[in-house]
Design a protein around this ligand. Structure first.
Ligand code: PMP
Ligand code: GLN
Length: 385
Protein backbone atom coordinates (compact mmCIF):
# COMPACT_ATOMS: atom_id res chain seq x y z
CA UNK A 1 0.00 0.00 0.00
CA UNK A 2 1.14 3.57 -0.57
CA UNK A 3 1.93 5.75 2.46
CA UNK A 4 -1.11 7.65 3.74
CA UNK A 5 -1.42 11.18 2.43
CA UNK A 6 -3.26 12.51 5.49
CA UNK A 7 -1.49 14.36 8.29
CA UNK A 8 -2.22 12.41 11.45
CA UNK A 9 -2.42 14.19 14.76
CA UNK A 10 -2.19 11.04 16.89
CA UNK A 11 -4.55 10.75 19.84
CA UNK A 12 -1.95 8.52 21.50
CA UNK A 13 1.41 9.94 20.41
CA UNK A 14 3.40 8.15 23.14
CA UNK A 15 1.85 4.72 22.63
CA UNK A 16 3.71 2.00 20.77
CA UNK A 17 3.08 -1.75 20.65
CA UNK A 18 2.26 -3.20 24.08
CA UNK A 19 5.14 -4.63 26.07
CA UNK A 20 3.28 -7.98 26.20
CA UNK A 21 3.29 -8.27 22.42
CA UNK A 22 6.89 -7.09 22.18
CA UNK A 23 8.21 -9.57 24.75
CA UNK A 24 6.13 -12.51 23.52
CA UNK A 25 7.37 -11.89 20.00
CA UNK A 26 10.98 -11.67 21.17
CA UNK A 27 10.52 -14.90 23.16
CA UNK A 28 9.22 -16.64 20.03
CA UNK A 29 12.02 -15.24 17.86
CA UNK A 30 14.68 -16.41 20.33
CA UNK A 31 13.03 -19.71 21.24
CA UNK A 32 12.99 -18.53 24.87
CA UNK A 33 10.69 -19.83 27.62
CA UNK A 34 7.94 -17.24 27.74
CA UNK A 35 7.25 -16.08 31.31
CA UNK A 36 6.45 -12.57 30.04
CA UNK A 37 2.86 -12.13 28.80
CA UNK A 38 0.28 -13.39 31.30
CA UNK A 39 -1.41 -16.47 29.89
CA UNK A 40 -1.44 -20.16 30.84
CA UNK A 41 0.58 -22.62 28.75
CA UNK A 42 -1.74 -25.47 29.74
CA UNK A 43 -5.08 -26.55 28.37
CA UNK A 44 -8.44 -25.47 29.81
CA UNK A 45 -10.99 -28.08 30.93
CA UNK A 46 -12.61 -30.00 28.07
CA UNK A 47 -15.95 -29.86 29.94
CA UNK A 48 -15.99 -26.16 29.04
CA UNK A 49 -15.38 -26.94 25.37
CA UNK A 50 -18.12 -29.60 25.41
CA UNK A 51 -20.63 -27.16 26.88
CA UNK A 52 -19.71 -24.52 24.28
CA UNK A 53 -19.86 -26.95 21.38
CA UNK A 54 -23.22 -28.23 22.60
CA UNK A 55 -24.55 -24.65 22.52
CA UNK A 56 -23.33 -24.26 18.93
CA UNK A 57 -24.92 -27.56 17.88
CA UNK A 58 -28.18 -26.60 19.57
CA UNK A 59 -28.32 -23.52 17.36
CA UNK A 60 -27.29 -20.87 19.88
CA UNK A 61 -25.35 -18.99 17.23
CA UNK A 62 -27.22 -15.73 16.69
CA UNK A 63 -26.98 -12.42 18.51
CA UNK A 64 -27.61 -12.79 22.22
CA UNK A 65 -29.29 -10.03 24.24
CA UNK A 66 -27.13 -6.91 24.42
CA UNK A 67 -26.31 -7.36 28.12
CA UNK A 68 -25.42 -11.05 27.75
CA UNK A 69 -27.36 -14.32 27.80
CA UNK A 70 -29.62 -14.60 30.86
CA UNK A 71 -28.05 -17.97 31.81
CA UNK A 72 -24.65 -16.35 32.19
CA UNK A 73 -25.89 -13.28 34.01
CA UNK A 74 -27.75 -15.59 36.41
CA UNK A 75 -24.62 -17.65 37.03
CA UNK A 76 -22.58 -14.49 37.66
CA UNK A 77 -25.23 -13.19 40.07
CA UNK A 78 -25.17 -16.47 41.94
CA UNK A 79 -21.39 -16.40 42.27
CA UNK A 80 -21.32 -12.78 43.40
CA UNK A 81 -24.03 -13.45 45.99
CA UNK A 82 -22.19 -16.49 47.33
CA UNK A 83 -18.80 -14.81 47.52
CA UNK A 84 -19.51 -11.19 48.34
CA UNK A 85 -22.99 -11.37 49.91
CA UNK A 86 -24.58 -8.96 47.46
CA UNK A 87 -27.58 -9.53 45.26
CA UNK A 88 -27.36 -8.18 41.70
CA UNK A 89 -30.34 -7.54 39.47
CA UNK A 90 -29.74 -9.53 36.27
CA UNK A 91 -31.58 -7.10 34.08
CA UNK A 92 -29.89 -3.93 35.18
CA UNK A 93 -26.68 -4.55 37.08
CA UNK A 94 -24.65 -7.13 35.11
CA UNK A 95 -23.27 -6.87 31.57
CA UNK A 96 -21.19 -9.51 29.80
CA UNK A 97 -18.23 -8.01 27.94
CA UNK A 98 -15.63 -9.08 25.39
CA UNK A 99 -13.03 -9.44 28.15
CA UNK A 100 -11.93 -7.03 30.83
CA UNK A 101 -10.07 -4.75 28.41
CA UNK A 102 -13.29 -3.91 26.61
CA UNK A 103 -15.14 -3.47 29.91
CA UNK A 104 -12.49 -1.01 31.12
CA UNK A 105 -12.38 0.94 27.87
CA UNK A 106 -16.16 1.12 27.67
CA UNK A 107 -16.50 2.22 31.31
CA UNK A 108 -13.98 5.01 30.75
CA UNK A 109 -15.57 6.09 27.46
CA UNK A 110 -19.01 6.15 29.08
CA UNK A 111 -18.08 8.13 32.17
CA UNK A 112 -15.00 10.27 31.53
CA UNK A 113 -15.29 13.52 29.61
CA UNK A 114 -12.63 15.71 28.01
CA UNK A 115 -10.77 17.57 30.78
CA UNK A 116 -11.71 15.08 33.52
CA UNK A 117 -9.01 13.61 35.72
CA UNK A 118 -8.72 9.91 36.47
CA UNK A 119 -6.46 8.71 39.27
CA UNK A 120 -4.52 5.52 38.60
CA UNK A 121 -2.00 3.70 40.76
CA UNK A 122 1.44 3.16 39.31
CA UNK A 123 2.80 0.68 38.26
CA UNK A 124 -0.42 0.73 36.25
CA UNK A 125 -1.86 -1.96 33.96
CA UNK A 126 -1.13 -0.77 30.48
CA UNK A 127 -4.62 -0.39 29.02
CA UNK A 128 -5.98 2.20 31.47
CA UNK A 129 -4.12 5.36 30.51
CA UNK A 130 -4.51 5.05 26.72
CA UNK A 131 -8.26 4.59 27.27
CA UNK A 132 -8.39 7.72 29.45
CA UNK A 133 -6.39 9.75 26.94
CA UNK A 134 -8.39 8.51 23.97
CA UNK A 135 -11.50 10.17 25.41
CA UNK A 136 -9.70 13.39 26.32
CA UNK A 137 -9.21 12.69 30.03
CA UNK A 138 -6.01 13.16 31.99
CA UNK A 139 -4.38 10.45 34.08
CA UNK A 140 -3.16 11.48 37.53
CA UNK A 141 -0.64 9.12 39.09
CA UNK A 142 -0.64 7.75 42.64
CA UNK A 143 2.30 5.55 43.56
CA UNK A 144 2.50 1.98 44.78
CA UNK A 145 5.99 1.48 46.12
CA UNK A 146 8.45 -1.32 46.44
CA UNK A 147 8.59 -3.85 48.08
CA UNK A 148 4.93 -4.42 48.93
CA UNK A 149 3.21 -1.95 46.57
CA UNK A 150 0.64 -0.71 49.11
CA UNK A 151 -1.51 2.33 48.31
CA UNK A 152 -0.67 5.54 50.16
CA UNK A 153 -4.09 6.97 50.95
CA UNK A 154 -2.65 10.28 52.18
CA UNK A 155 -1.09 10.72 48.77
CA UNK A 156 -4.38 9.85 47.13
CA UNK A 157 -6.12 12.51 49.22
CA UNK A 158 -3.64 15.10 47.94
CA UNK A 159 -4.43 14.17 44.32
CA UNK A 160 -8.20 14.60 44.60
CA UNK A 161 -9.60 17.77 43.08
CA UNK A 162 -12.69 19.25 41.47
CA UNK A 163 -11.87 17.56 38.16
CA UNK A 164 -11.40 14.06 39.61
CA UNK A 165 -14.02 11.98 37.84
CA UNK A 166 -12.79 8.47 38.43
CA UNK A 167 -10.32 6.39 40.45
CA UNK A 168 -9.15 3.07 39.02
CA UNK A 169 -8.11 0.34 41.45
CA UNK A 170 -6.82 -3.13 40.66
CA UNK A 171 -6.70 -5.95 43.19
CA UNK A 172 -5.11 -8.49 43.07
CA UNK A 173 -2.69 -6.20 41.34
CA UNK A 174 -0.93 -6.68 38.04
CA UNK A 175 2.08 -6.49 37.97
CA UNK A 176 2.91 -6.46 41.69
CA UNK A 177 0.68 -9.20 43.13
CA UNK A 178 -0.41 -6.91 45.99
CA UNK A 179 -3.93 -6.91 47.44
CA UNK A 180 -6.33 -4.31 48.78
CA UNK A 181 -7.33 -5.16 52.36
CA UNK A 182 -10.61 -4.34 54.11
CA UNK A 183 -8.95 -1.25 55.62
CA UNK A 184 -8.02 0.00 52.13
CA UNK A 185 -11.65 -0.18 51.07
CA UNK A 186 -12.60 1.84 54.16
CA UNK A 187 -10.05 4.51 53.27
CA UNK A 188 -11.28 4.66 49.70
CA UNK A 189 -14.89 4.94 50.89
CA UNK A 190 -13.97 7.75 53.24
CA UNK A 191 -11.99 9.65 50.62
CA UNK A 192 -14.77 9.51 48.04
CA UNK A 193 -17.70 10.09 50.44
CA UNK A 194 -19.86 13.02 49.37
CA UNK A 195 -18.22 13.24 45.92
CA UNK A 196 -19.36 12.16 42.46
CA UNK A 197 -16.22 10.15 41.85
CA UNK A 198 -16.79 6.79 40.17
CA UNK A 199 -14.49 3.92 41.11
CA UNK A 200 -13.55 1.46 38.39
CA UNK A 201 -12.36 -1.72 40.08
CA UNK A 202 -10.36 -4.18 37.98
CA UNK A 203 -10.74 -7.51 39.77
CA UNK A 204 -9.75 -9.91 37.00
CA UNK A 205 -7.63 -11.97 39.43
CA UNK A 206 -10.39 -12.06 42.09
CA UNK A 207 -10.05 -15.83 42.59
CA UNK A 208 -6.25 -15.87 42.72
CA UNK A 209 -5.35 -14.86 46.29
CA UNK A 210 -2.87 -16.73 48.46
CA UNK A 211 -2.02 -17.78 52.00
CA UNK A 212 -5.62 -17.77 53.19
CA UNK A 213 -6.19 -14.10 52.26
CA UNK A 214 -9.65 -13.03 51.11
CA UNK A 215 -10.37 -10.97 48.04
CA UNK A 216 -12.25 -7.83 49.04
CA UNK A 217 -14.47 -7.00 46.10
CA UNK A 218 -15.77 -3.48 45.88
CA UNK A 219 -19.07 -5.14 44.95
CA UNK A 220 -19.26 -6.44 48.53
CA UNK A 221 -18.78 -3.00 50.13
CA UNK A 222 -22.20 -1.34 50.07
CA UNK A 223 -20.96 2.24 50.09
CA UNK A 224 -18.29 1.71 47.42
CA UNK A 225 -20.51 -0.58 45.35
CA UNK A 226 -22.91 2.31 44.88
CA UNK A 227 -20.23 4.34 43.06
CA UNK A 228 -18.32 1.51 41.37
CA UNK A 229 -18.11 -0.55 38.24
CA UNK A 230 -16.46 -3.88 39.03
CA UNK A 231 -14.75 -5.79 36.22
CA UNK A 232 -13.79 -9.47 36.01
CA UNK A 233 -12.54 -11.81 33.28
CA UNK A 234 -13.27 -15.47 32.57
CA UNK A 235 -9.97 -15.54 30.68
CA UNK A 236 -8.10 -15.61 33.99
CA UNK A 237 -10.54 -17.77 35.88
CA UNK A 238 -10.97 -20.61 33.40
CA UNK A 239 -7.59 -20.50 31.60
CA UNK A 240 -9.09 -19.14 28.37
CA UNK A 241 -7.43 -15.76 27.85
CA UNK A 242 -7.98 -16.07 24.09
CA UNK A 243 -11.75 -16.26 24.43
CA UNK A 244 -11.97 -12.61 25.52
CA UNK A 245 -15.01 -12.87 27.75
CA UNK A 246 -15.66 -11.08 31.03
CA UNK A 247 -18.26 -8.98 32.76
CA UNK A 248 -18.97 -5.79 34.61
CA UNK A 249 -21.16 -5.22 37.69
CA UNK A 250 -22.59 -1.90 38.76
CA UNK A 251 -25.59 -0.01 40.08
CA UNK A 252 -28.32 0.51 37.51
CA UNK A 253 -27.62 4.22 37.01
CA UNK A 254 -23.97 3.55 36.21
CA UNK A 255 -24.77 0.46 34.17
CA UNK A 256 -27.25 2.42 32.02
CA UNK A 257 -24.42 4.70 30.96
CA UNK A 258 -22.07 1.76 30.48
CA UNK A 259 -24.54 0.00 28.20
CA UNK A 260 -25.15 3.09 26.07
CA UNK A 261 -21.53 2.80 24.97
CA UNK A 262 -21.27 -0.99 25.13
CA UNK A 263 -24.09 -1.46 22.61
CA UNK A 264 -22.26 0.61 20.03
CA UNK A 265 -18.82 -0.63 20.91
CA UNK A 266 -19.31 -4.41 20.63
CA UNK A 267 -23.12 -4.58 21.01
CA UNK A 268 -22.71 -8.03 22.56
CA UNK A 269 -20.41 -11.01 23.05
CA UNK A 270 -20.36 -14.31 21.17
CA UNK A 271 -23.28 -16.51 22.17
CA UNK A 272 -21.94 -20.09 22.42
CA UNK A 273 -19.02 -19.10 24.65
CA UNK A 274 -21.44 -17.32 26.98
CA UNK A 275 -23.63 -20.43 27.21
CA UNK A 276 -20.59 -22.67 27.68
CA UNK A 277 -19.19 -20.52 30.49
CA UNK A 278 -22.62 -20.25 32.14
CA UNK A 279 -22.95 -24.02 32.30
CA UNK A 280 -19.35 -24.52 33.43
CA UNK A 281 -19.64 -21.91 36.18
CA UNK A 282 -22.41 -23.77 37.93
CA UNK A 283 -19.78 -25.91 39.61
CA UNK A 284 -18.35 -23.36 42.04
CA UNK A 285 -15.35 -25.55 42.86
CA UNK A 286 -13.98 -24.56 39.46
CA UNK A 287 -13.39 -20.97 40.50
CA UNK A 288 -13.02 -21.64 44.22
CA UNK A 289 -10.17 -24.07 43.53
CA UNK A 290 -8.16 -21.49 41.63
CA UNK A 291 -6.39 -19.98 44.65
CA UNK A 292 -4.98 -23.34 45.73
CA UNK A 293 -4.10 -24.24 42.15
CA UNK A 294 -2.07 -21.09 41.60
CA UNK A 295 -0.62 -20.99 45.10
CA UNK A 296 0.99 -24.32 44.29
CA UNK A 297 2.43 -22.83 41.11
CA UNK A 298 3.66 -19.73 42.92
CA UNK A 299 5.36 -21.86 45.56
CA UNK A 300 6.82 -24.19 42.95
CA UNK A 301 8.25 -21.26 41.02
CA UNK A 302 9.63 -19.61 44.16
CA UNK A 303 11.27 -22.92 45.11
CA UNK A 304 12.82 -23.08 41.64
CA UNK A 305 14.26 -19.60 42.17
CA UNK A 306 15.89 -20.54 45.47
CA UNK A 307 19.63 -20.37 44.99
CA UNK A 308 19.31 -17.84 42.15
CA UNK A 309 20.53 -14.26 42.49
CA UNK A 310 17.06 -12.83 41.89
CA UNK A 311 15.45 -11.26 44.96
CA UNK A 312 11.79 -12.25 45.00
CA UNK A 313 9.27 -9.68 46.24
CA UNK A 314 6.07 -10.59 48.12
CA UNK A 315 3.26 -12.08 46.02
CA UNK A 316 -0.17 -12.16 47.68
CA UNK A 317 -2.29 -12.72 44.58
CA UNK A 318 -2.50 -12.75 40.72
CA UNK A 319 -0.24 -15.04 38.69
CA UNK A 320 2.76 -12.75 38.64
CA UNK A 321 5.96 -12.77 40.64
CA UNK A 322 8.18 -9.69 40.78
CA UNK A 323 11.92 -9.90 41.32
CA UNK A 324 14.82 -7.50 41.75
CA UNK A 325 17.91 -8.34 39.76
CA UNK A 326 20.41 -5.82 41.17
CA UNK A 327 22.76 -8.63 42.25
CA UNK A 328 23.00 -9.79 38.64
CA UNK A 329 23.13 -6.67 36.53
CA UNK A 330 22.85 -2.91 36.60
CA UNK A 331 21.21 -2.72 33.17
CA UNK A 332 17.93 -0.78 32.93
CA UNK A 333 15.02 -3.22 33.19
CA UNK A 334 14.02 -3.15 29.50
CA UNK A 335 17.56 -3.97 28.47
CA UNK A 336 17.84 -6.59 31.17
CA UNK A 337 14.57 -8.22 30.02
CA UNK A 338 15.83 -8.39 26.42
CA UNK A 339 19.21 -9.71 27.55
CA UNK A 340 17.56 -12.38 29.72
CA UNK A 341 15.36 -13.42 26.80
CA UNK A 342 18.16 -13.57 24.25
CA UNK A 343 21.08 -14.82 26.30
CA UNK A 344 19.48 -16.85 29.08
CA UNK A 345 16.38 -18.00 27.24
CA UNK A 346 13.68 -16.78 29.65
CA UNK A 347 11.39 -13.88 28.69
CA UNK A 348 10.05 -11.51 31.37
CA UNK A 349 8.29 -8.14 31.52
CA UNK A 350 10.26 -5.04 32.61
CA UNK A 351 8.15 -3.31 35.28
CA UNK A 352 9.10 0.20 34.12
CA UNK A 353 6.70 -0.45 31.21
CA UNK A 354 3.90 0.13 33.76
CA UNK A 355 5.27 3.58 34.74
CA UNK A 356 4.31 6.58 32.60
CA UNK A 357 7.70 8.26 33.03
CA UNK A 358 9.65 5.04 32.60
CA UNK A 359 10.71 5.10 36.29
CA UNK A 360 12.87 2.03 36.73
CA UNK A 361 13.30 0.21 40.06
CA UNK A 362 15.25 -2.58 38.31
CA UNK A 363 12.42 -5.08 38.77
CA UNK A 364 11.07 -7.68 36.31
CA UNK A 365 7.82 -9.65 36.27
CA UNK A 366 7.57 -13.41 35.83
CA UNK A 367 4.26 -15.11 34.95
CA UNK A 368 3.91 -18.44 36.76
CA UNK A 369 0.67 -19.54 35.05
CA UNK A 370 2.66 -22.33 33.45
CA UNK A 371 3.10 -26.09 33.64
CA UNK A 372 5.58 -27.27 36.26
CA UNK A 373 7.85 -28.53 33.48
CA UNK A 374 8.00 -25.00 32.03
CA UNK A 375 8.69 -23.44 35.42
CA UNK A 376 11.33 -26.06 36.19
CA UNK A 377 13.07 -25.49 32.84
CA UNK A 378 13.02 -21.73 33.47
CA UNK A 379 14.32 -22.28 37.01
CA UNK A 380 17.28 -24.27 35.68
CA UNK A 381 18.26 -21.37 33.46
CA UNK A 382 17.59 -18.64 36.00
CA UNK A 383 19.60 -20.27 38.80
CA UNK A 384 22.63 -20.17 36.53
CA UNK A 385 22.46 -16.42 35.88
N1 PMP B 1 -6.76 -6.08 33.75
C1 PMP B 1 -5.66 -6.71 34.20
C2 PMP B 1 -5.06 -6.27 35.49
C3 PMP B 1 -5.12 -7.75 33.46
O1 PMP B 1 -4.01 -8.36 33.90
C4 PMP B 1 -5.72 -8.12 32.25
C5 PMP B 1 -5.19 -9.21 31.35
N2 PMP B 1 -4.12 -9.83 31.62
C6 PMP B 1 -6.85 -7.45 31.83
C7 PMP B 1 -7.34 -6.42 32.60
C8 PMP B 1 -7.53 -7.78 30.54
O2 PMP B 1 -8.30 -8.92 30.61
P1 PMP B 1 -8.99 -9.54 29.30
O3 PMP B 1 -7.99 -10.43 28.68
O4 PMP B 1 -10.19 -10.24 29.81
O5 PMP B 1 -9.33 -8.40 28.41
N1 GLN C 1 -2.76 -8.95 30.94
C1 GLN C 1 -1.74 -9.78 30.40
C2 GLN C 1 -0.44 -9.50 31.13
O1 GLN C 1 -0.40 -8.71 32.01
C3 GLN C 1 -1.53 -9.54 28.94
C4 GLN C 1 -2.70 -9.10 28.16
C5 GLN C 1 -2.27 -8.53 26.85
O2 GLN C 1 -1.38 -9.06 26.20
N2 GLN C 1 -2.87 -7.46 26.48
O3 GLN C 1 0.56 -10.07 30.79
Amino acid sequence: MRPSSVAIDSKLPKVGTTIFTVMSRLAADCGAINLSQGFPDFQADTALFDATLRAMREGRNQYPPMAGVPELRAAIAEKVAALYGVSCDLDHEITVTAGATQAIFTAIAALVRGGDEVIVFEPVYDSYVPAIECVGGTAVYAQLSLPDYRPDWQQLRSLLGPRTRMIIVNSPHNPSGSLLDASDLEQLAELTRGTDIVVLSDEVYEHIVFDGARHHSLAGHPELAARSLVVSSFGKTYHITGWKIGYVLGAQELMNEFRKVHQFNVFTVNTPCQIGVAEYMRDASRHLGLAGFYQQKRDFFRAQMRGSRFELLPCRGSYFQLARYGAISDLPDREFACWLTREVGVAVIPVSAFNHDGHDDRVVRFCFAKQEATLAAAGDKLRRV
